[in-house]
Design a protein around this ligand. Structure first.
Ligand code: SF4
Length: 338
């Protein structure tokens, strides 16, 4: 039976121990962190088990929650290893876990029936039937795809099968979040960790990365009888970071379970300020105000978006350079050959 929240929870990223602490101090009710090799970020933004314990202790000293994201897709032998890790995290005192793989979800719920499980946005649960499916699997809260509008969200809430978690700060890919395989075509590197776990660098689902290859400039060409033809001008494949604002009062009225901020790869000051922004906005909504047309709030939001975009652009350039195998419009990528 899922835990009913009295108020909407603000959930923040913890890309390091320092970031987690800063997020709690800025007003987050809960934080999610990834153990090294098991979440969809590079290890630099994941935490060692020792650091996860430090975050748990800090969270609980301050009356807050800590969830662990293990939302990669495990192979068969990794399931038992993952279960051991989760058992250890439960002993440490985690408040919940974030998972994607249905087989893993099933085993985790069977082995640890009291553990709160959130279905990651990578599950792409779009409709009521999927919500019921995940409820039957033992899921407490589902992070919904970023493409759903308020009407669709209300329909999902109607059955009260699972709680709803909404990304208020994330990006809207031209694919569904968690389903993109583009990077895997560019980074064919496998690496074995010291524990034998196999990591494929081209896929965040398998302990690798999204290299943001969609942010390179693309051009479609077709080769016919050995001759290449180009179609149209360079295309931006559309990966837009968003910063929801006007929607938040409606989400609060709907009493969604969690509003989640993505961004384990941002700097600590930026994450702290984003958390503060949403904390104050949510508190204002709980007091019956709607500050979304207040010019001061709008200015503050715009300034935050500019900072976010600057950090994001720098990071994207670094990733593309590091990936190093992206073909640009000067050397078009061939997507069709007949
Ligand atoms: S390559 Fe682009 S579309 Fe694919 S997961 Fe990464 S950011 Fe999203």
């Amino acid at each position: 039976m899922r835990r009913k929240r009295e108020k909407t929870e603000l959930l923040a990223p913890g890309g390091s121990y320092e970031m987690a602490r800063a997020a709690y101090d800025a007003g987050a009710d809960s934080v999610y962190v990834g153990p090294v090799g098991w979440s969809r970020r590079r290890s630099f933004y994941e935490l060692s088990d020792e650091d996860i314990k430090r975050v748990i202790d800090y969270a609980h000293e301050h009356g807050k929650l800590l969830r662990v994201a293990m939302n990669t897709l495990p192979s068969t032998w990794e399931i038992s290893k993952g279960l051991q890790k989760i058992e250890n995290f439960i002993k440490m005192g985690i408040d919940g876990i974030v998972l994607t793989d249905p087989g893993f979800i099933n085993r985790v719920h069977t082995n640890f029936p009291g553990l709160e499980i959130h279905a990651s946005v990578g599950c792409s649960a779009m409709n009521r039937e999927e919500f019921k499916f995940y409820a039957d699997m033992g899921i407490d809260v589902v992070t919904v795809p970023t493409e759903l509008n308020i009407k669709e969200l209300k329909q999902l809430q109607d059955d009260d099968a699972c709680g709803v978690e909404i990304l208020v700060h994330a990006n809207r890919d031209f694919t569904y979040l968690g389903r993109c395989t583009m990077s895997s075509y560019f980074k064919h590197v496998w690496k074995k960790a010291s524990d034998g776990k196999n990591h494929f660098h081209g896929s965040p689902n398998r302990g690798g990365l999204c290299w943001r290859v969609c942010k390179s400039q693309w051009c479609l060409t077709e080769k016919t009888n050995g001759r290449a033809s180009e179609f149209g001008s360079p295309e931006d494949l559309g990966n837009v970071a968003f910063f929801l604002f006007e929607e938040v009062p409606d989400y609060m009225k709907m009493k969604v379970d969690c509003l989640k901020i993505q961004g384990r790869e941002y700097t600590v000051p930026l994450v702290s300020d984003i958390v503060k922004f949403y904390r104050e906005l949510m508190d204002a909504c709980m007091e019956g105000q709607d500050p979304t047309s207040d010019p001061e709030w709008i200015k503050r939001r715009e300034a935050m978006i500019t900072r976010r975009d600057n950090e994001r652009d720098t990071k994207t350039k670094e990733l593309l350079n590091e990936c190093g195998e992206i073909k640009t419009t000067t050397e078009p990528v061939t997507v069709g050959e007949n």
